[in-house]
Design a protein around this ligand. Sequence first.
Ligand code: DX5
Ligand code: ZN
Length: 217
Amino acid sequence: MAKLSPSLLASDFSHLADQVALIEEGEAGFVHMDIMDGQFVPNITFGGPVVKSLVGKTKLPFDIHLMIEHPEHRIPDFATPQTEYIVVHQEACTHLDRVIHQIKELGCKAGVALNPATPVSTLECILGEVDMVLIMSVNPGFGGQKFIPYTVLKICELDEIRKNEDLDFLIEVDGGVTLDNAAMLVESGADILVAGSAVFGAKDVPARCREFHEIIK
Ligand code: DX5
Ligand code: ZN
């Protein structure tokens, strides 16, 4: 069954622990945290201290999406006891192999994200080393954008590669995910759906998580 990873980017930042409790009540698989530095992407969100403040406030594992330049300088800040995945952008890593192993040495699973215009082929050499590939289905930096349809082809391509090469990385999709496209994304090969506004924009957040689960089970 595919899992839901609601993004806190669309939540009420003044009540973060309460917002996380809502998605835990809705039985989300992870809590997705978008870290933006104002360089790799235009916005700034939050950093290590905020992530650490949520440790122990929920049972949900953390899914940390680093949209930052030079992630190698900051990765230790995010390797909390509750962090399952740390995801870096291929476009931000000159030494991607080194960064992937840095994450693993800190006891976390390592993911790599691709912007919409970055081809899957850029990961050809590293796919055997990563635990997850995150396909950005919008240009990173903002919540509430429209899903870019051609990114589905990249999910299908990755799914095909992992079957053919007997690899076991998970595929995550992030950006513009809604109740309307969730089933199609899972059918295409996605294992984890990130949804920000489609979850936290709902009046009843736990009920919205359950609606997603009905579709992606
Ligand atoms: C965008 C972030 C996403 C964002 C998705 O740069 O990586 O995680 O929160 O938001 P929605 O689901 O609203 O597109
Ligand atoms: Zn994200």
